[in-house]
Write a protein that binds this ligand. Structure first.
Ligand SMILES: NC(=O)c1ccc[n+]([C@@H]2O[C@H](COP(=O)([O-])OP(=O)(O)OC[C@H]3O[C@@H](n4cnc5c(N)ncnc54)[C@H](O)[C@@H]3O)[C@@H](O)[C@H]2O)c1
Length: 254
């Protein structure tokens, strides 16, 4: 198993990509803290993991609230010991044109997607420092580096995630903490379903169209992101820090 004796804290792991990462990491031997705003979804992830013989615990958190994150980290350490792997994945999906975005929309999207990631790193740092090969994985997006119509707040936040990762990689290298980003393309999750619904599109047609944007002519599934996260978290990636792993079926090659 590739993550034996590792403790992993994964935010937003009640659904979608976070859940797939939590389930794969547990299968590979990690003790997993499933951290999510939604209790029901988080408990479902934990139940899935336990059913497959893995070890997991749900802790409710709002990553945009530093006190809530502080409690999450303390409870995680009490449960499993020091954190070796942090996956920042929880996100707010706020889209729109600049004219439509309110101050509270900006506060939400930056609060979860940028400050939320920073909160989790800051509060777990002392714990991560104790390991010899700790790893932080920030889930960014292809939206971190491409422009999309009426995606202003979300893409701005995801652009910031890349710089957050690079600056952290530089500052934390002395502690042997590796920091990398993953940039998924279109992945079928609840968030994507909701986005398609909000645009009033036919889901099957929209997924086909999104898929056709990639070289592989299909959208991705959460497990395909989880395998990238597993690689970056494992010792196989011991010389990789400060970089981005794009997993998008070749959609952004040109
Ligand atoms: N789905 C895609 O196509 C896609 C593409 C590129 C990047 N991403 C990124 O992947 C990550 C996961 O996205 P997903 O599609 O699986 O989304 P999702 O909506 O299926 O899951 C997100 C989870 O985050 C939790 N969450 C939201 N705000 C939170 C908060 N403040 N505190 C704690 N938990 C919170 C939600 O409850 C939910 O369980 C996000 O960072 C997203 O930006 C997704």
């Amino acid at each position: 198993m590739r993550l034996e004796n590792k403790n992993a804290l994964i935010t937003g792991s009640g659904n979608g990509i976070g859940r797939a990462i939590a389930e794969l990491f547990a299968k590979e031997g990690a003790n997993v803290v499933v951290a999510d705003l939604e209790k029901e979804s988080g408990l479902e992830t934990v139940a899935n993991i336990r059913k497959s013989g893995g070890n997991a615990k749900f802790i409710q958190v709002d990553t945009s609230d530093i006190d809530s994150v502080d409690k999450l980290v303390k409870d995680s350490i009490n449960q499993f010991g020091d954190i070796n792997i942090l996956v920042n994945n929880a996100a707010a999906f706020v889209f729109g044109k600049i004219e439509d975005v309110t101050k509270s929309d900006w506060e939400k999207v930056l609060g979860v997607n940028v400050i939320g990631y920073a909160n989790c790193v800051k509060q777990s740092l002392e714990s991560l420092k104790k390991g010899k090969d700790s790893s932080i994985i920030n889930i960014a997006s292809v939206s971190s580096f491409i422009a999309q119509p009426e995606f202003v707040p979300y893409n701005t936040s995801k652009g910031a995630v890349i710089q957050l990762s690079k600056c952290l990689a530089m500052d934390l290298a002395n502690y042997k903490i590796r920091v990398n980003s993953i940039c998924p393309g279109s992945i079928r999750t609840r968030a994507t379903d909701k986005h398609i619904e909000s645009l009033g599109l036919d889901p099957e047609k929209a997924y086909k169209d999104f898929g056709n944007d990639s070289l592989l002519k299909r959208i991705g599934n959460p497990k395909e992101i989880a395998y990238g996260a597993l690689f970056l978290a494992s010792n196989e990636a011991s010389y990789i820090t400060g970089t981005e792993l794009v997993i998008d079926g070749g959609a952004t090659i040109d």
